[in-house]
Write a protein that binds this ligand. Structure first.
Ligand SMILES: NC(=O)c1ccc[n+]([C@@H]2O[C@H](COP(=O)([O-])OP(=O)(O)OC[C@H]3O[C@@H](n4cnc5c(N)ncnc54)[C@H](O)[C@@H]3O)[C@@H](O)[C@H]2O)c1
Length: 339
């Protein structure tokens, strides 16, 4: 039985790594994929780049997802606790040998410069180079960190992409043009969106005026969150989201006079990259589910929502004017987020 391993930081995991791992898996009977991580070193590597530090459990999870249907491939995590300039290869090799716990026949990498190191540390193993010119998959993790993940999106595996997706939320009171703007943006950016879940529930109930109970707002917040998870899985760099937990709280206050702690807690977990606030200065459209069409009520609700967002320290960008202007301004803000 032949045993081999391939080690790396996978910061982040890209299709070049996938190529090397899959290739190596066809050469040995048992392959170990070693995630070598050190918070100190890995943070240093991400400093002054376009990528934030990625915690080890996230990288381990990507490797687990990649290899879950490869029974002869095992993923191992090894913490080095070293900085970037002083990696002790011999100590690292001791840890790797200890974790694998059996004779190693092959060490895989795509780095010619590792030849001498591996010869010394693994004298009984063959250093098998996989695509040292990187001609099959022309990317490196350093390039991705330096230039940003969005610039090299085509090299990011499907199951890694959701981690990097930026969430952009659009909020506003009734009939402010949210759903149209969100659908248009999703079309323009060729990505997914999450429709307002409160609407879905009201459609199921046959309306919302006077028939909403306290639990409905919780259902809306949970249901909305689940839709977000689904949309992120399929998103292309960005996902557009119509409404969130603070707006749900606003409606719980407005219709039921109930401030719900659970909605505040959900709001605290939200990590949107951009908040777009739509002013209700477009024509009010009665779609059968709306109840606050009067100009004074519209303006009062608008102010209440802004106050609530401010209480949560939300830094939102206001969009107003005609539909063309809103779209243009939204795009300008979004471009800054996806750079
Ligand atoms: N002590 C040891 O014996 C030992 C051995 C191996 C690895 N390590 C650890 O792993 C780290 C090395 O990781 P790295 O920075 O080389 O890893 P990395 O995360 O950048 O890459 C992981 C592996 O994929 C290969 N690879 C990367 N891009 C590729 C592409 N486009 N096509 C094909 N293959 C590609 C690399 O050569 C490497 O073998 C070391 O710093 C150390 O922490 C230690």
């Amino acid at each position: 039985m032949t045993v081999g391993f391939i080690g790396g930081k996978f910061l982040p995991l890209h299709l070049g790594h996938v190529y090397a791992i899959v290739h190596a898996s066809t050469i040995v009977d048992e392959l170990y994929v070693i995630l070598s991580h050190s918070e100190l070193r890995d943070r240093e590597l991400c400093q002054d780049t376009k990528m934030n530090y990625i915690p080890a459990p996230i990288r381990l999870r990507w490797l687990s997802q990649l290899t879950k249907d490869m029974p002869h491939v095992k993923v191992i995590s090894i913490e080095d606790q070293q900085d970037n300039d002083n990696y002790d290869w011999a100590e690292g090799a001791q840890l790797i040998k200890g974790k694998i716990g059996k004779p190693i026949d092959y060490v895989f990498s795509s780095e010619i410069q590792y030849n001498d190191i591996f010869k010394e540390l693994y004298p009984n193993a063959k250093h098998k180079l996989i695509d040292p010119m990187r001609s099959q998959v022309t990317i490196s993790a350093t390039t991705i960190r330096t230039e940003g993940v969005f610039k090299h999106w085509e090299f990011i595996p499907d199951f890694v992409r959701p981690y990097f997706v930026k969430k952009i939320v659009v909020v506003g009171t009734e009939s402010c043009g949210k759903s149209t703007l969100i659908r248009n943006l999703a079309k323009l950016y060729n990505t997914t969106y999450v429709a307002e879940y409160g609407r879905t529930l009201c459609e199921e109930l046959g309306g919302c005026d006077g028939i909403m109970v306290k639990e409905d707002y919780q259902r809306i917040a949970y249901g909305h969150k689940m839709e977000e998870f689904k949309a992120i899985e399929k998103a292309n760099k960005i996902v557009f989201i119509d409404t969130e937990a603070i707006v749900t709280q606003f409606y719980s206050n407005l219709y039921n006079d109930e401030h719900q702690a659970i909605l505040d807690e959900i709001a605290k977990l939200q990590d949107y990259a951009l908040w777009l606030f739509l002013e209700p200065d477009v024509k009010w459209v009665d779609d059968g589910l709306r109840v606050h069409g009067e100009e004074s009520a519209r303006e009062q609700n608008n102010q209440h929502l802004k106050t609530l967002l401010n209480k949560h320290h939300i830094d939102f960008r206001v969009l107003n004017g005609n539909y063309e202007n809103r779209l243009k301004e939204a795009i300008q803000y979004i471009e800054k987020v996806v750079q």
